[in-house]
Write a protein that binds this ligand. Structure first.
Ligand code: FES
Length: 142
């Protein structure tokens, strides 16, 4: 497989029409991270209420893999609990490491070809790392 082969239709489509791109008016959580290998940055804004992700947006810029992956991630976890979102992230990372996922990954499965290119795995997991950071900072309401 060469690098061009990883750009499946779903990746190109999410890159062209990213879901949930932009900003939320009143996010309860937000976090951002740089990909140290290229300097690209993705930020997530979330509304989490009673442990459930009610809304999520992403912003920033990066390569088509990172943007498509962020778009797919936001679509996959909107409406899920934080625990379900973290399970999805860990399964996606295991999937990119050559394993299988125990939960449905939706369009994220289209990123499977990336697993053979370690630098591209960093692109594909950038938004996922941001999500883990945002959830780590989340303090459930009393
Ligand atoms: Fe920067 Fe992919 S090259 S995130």
């Amino acid at each position: 497989m060469n690098l061009d082969d990883i750009y499946r239709e779903e990746i190109l489509e999410h890159n062209q029409s990213p879901r949930n791109y932009g900003h939320l008016e009143h996010p309860t959580e937000s976090a951002g991270l740089l990909n140290p290998t290229c300097g690209d940055q993705i930020k997530l804004e979330l509304i989490i209420k009673e442990g459930r992700i009610e809304d999520i947006c992403f912003s920033g810029q990066g390569c088509s893999i990172s943007m498509a992956s962020a778009s797919m991630l936001t679509e996959a976890i909107k409406g899920k609990t934080v625990d379900e979102a973290l399970t999805l992230v860990s399964n996606f990372k295991a999937f990119l490491a050559g394993g299988t996922s125990n939960v449905p990954l939706g369009d994220l499965e289209a990123l499977h070809g990336v697993s053979q290119f370690p630098s591209r795995v960093k692109c594909a997991t950038l938004a996922h790392n941001v999500l883990e950071k945002a959830i780590a900072e989340y303090k459930p309401e009393q």
